[in-house]
Design a binder for this molecule. Structure first.
Ligand code: NAD
Ligand code: UDP
Ligand code: UDP
Length: 310
């Protein structure tokens, strides 16, 4: 598992260790933290290795989940060249590893490959509308190039690949300062500071709770070899950012004010996954409502912000 000490990776480690798989978690701790996997450190099924995926990795494994990559705009824009390297060199190294040891390999791709979409909801066959030279490009184009590499290794070297396109996912262990909207709004609401809505707040996203997403990723990894993807994974219920604020203020009983800040450039206006393929091929659909997921996430951030820790 690359990126295994991050938000999604640590939940995946939990699930795989629980099912008695031997997990090697590889992470350079750029956005992830040892704390996310600290509870697994003494477990004989778990091993943690500090490593940057832009460098080669020689280990013996049967399956690879490639999640390494900062996922929030603040973090992936901090060192954009490193972001592209992580996606592209990281993919090459992990594909080279998969080729050598004949491992099945899953890529955590993203709805960002669709850019600011003209097709709504987004289907896997849509090629996207992505700015190649903007401030989000290091992430979007890095992930697009990684998909290209996965499909070229699939065609050229007959690799057993799985590509999932993950839509906005939230839940416990999100980084409190990573700038993503759910963590930002919750932390701001709990601290009673201003809640920062970018633009008019009418842009939409569709939020998936982490447990639902992890279940889908595991199902994809277990699926037949005739399903390389790409496959959309996410929750199709779509909300505006103003609707999201309203829910979070309601659930936290916060006195915070809403302030509007400029919309960052290339910020997609709308996003909603079409998950017909996942429903048909993985027999999967999300179960956790936004209300329930937000309540769990708020409870987590309350613990993080208190002295007790998570
Ligand atoms: P995250 O930032 O919490 O996790 C990413 C992990 O990768 C971190 O632990 C980080 O330290 C590690 N990492 C970064 N660069 C690395 C490198 N060069 N070498 C080794 N490790 C490195 O983010 P996340 O939300 O858990 O995302 C995990 C994956 O899922 C990412 O690939 C992301 O692009 C993808 N994804 C996430 C979402 C979402 O909503 N959370 C949506 C779409 C795609
Ligand atoms: N690689 C790796 N671990 C391995 C095998 C390969 O990290 O176990 C890296 C290696 O650095 C190489 C890359 O994966 O550059 C791509 O490997 P591949 O065999 O596809 O290409 P080549 O070695 O011919 O460039
Ligand atoms: N956003 C916002 N306030 C914040 C953080 C984000 O209004 O404090 C908006 C952001 O402009 C975007 C949406 O929320 O329209 C989702 O942002 P996020 O960074 O979570 O995900 P992404 O844009 O990558 O989907």
């Amino acid at each position: 598992m690359t990126g295994g000490a991050g938000f999604l990776g640590s939940h995946l480690c939990d699930r795989l260790v629980e099912a008695r798989n031997e997990v090697l978690c590889v992470d350079n701790f750029f956005t992830g933290t040892k704390r996310n996997v600290a509870h697994l450190l003494g477990n004989p099924y778990f091993e943690l290795q500090r490593h940057d995926v832009t460098f080669p990795l020689y280990v013996e494994v049967e399956q690879i989940y490639n999640l390494a990559c900062p996922a929030s705009p603040i973090h992936y824009q901090f060192d954009p060249v490193q972001t592209t390297k992580t996606s592209v060199h990281g993919a090459i190294n992990m594909l080279g590893l998969a080729k050598r040891v004949k491992a099945r390999i899953l890529q955590a791709s993203t709805s960002e490959v669709y850019g600011d979409p003209e097709i709504h909801p987004q289907v896997e066959g849509y090629w996207g509308r992505v700015n190649p030279i903007g401030i989000r490009s290091c992430y979007d184009e890095g992930k697009r190039c990684a998909e290209t590499l996965f499909f070229d290794y699939y065609r050229q070297h007959r690799l057993d690949i799985k590509v999932v396109r993950i839509f906005n996912t939230y839940g416990p262990r999100m980084h409190p300062n990573d700038g993503r909207v759910v963590s930002n709004f919750i932390v701001q609401a709990l601290k009673g500071g201003d809640i920062t809505v970018y633009g008019d707040g009418q842009q939409t996203r569709s939020f998936c709770y982490v447990d639902d997403l992890i279940e889908a990723i595991i199902r994809m990894m277990k699926s037949g070899a005739n399903l390389p993807g790409p496959i959309n994974l996410g929750n199709p219920s779509e909300f505006t950012m103003l609707e999201l604020v309203e829910k979070i203020i309601g659930f936290t009983f916060s006195k915070s004010r809403v302030v509007h800040l400029p919309l960052p450039s290339d910020d997609p206006r709308q996003r909603q996954p079409d998950i017909t393929l996942a429903r048909e091929k993985l027999m999967w659909e999300p179960k956790v409502s936004l209300d329930d997921g937000l309540k769990e996430t708020i409870a987590y951030f309350r613990r993080v912000l208190s002295d007790a820790g998570p």
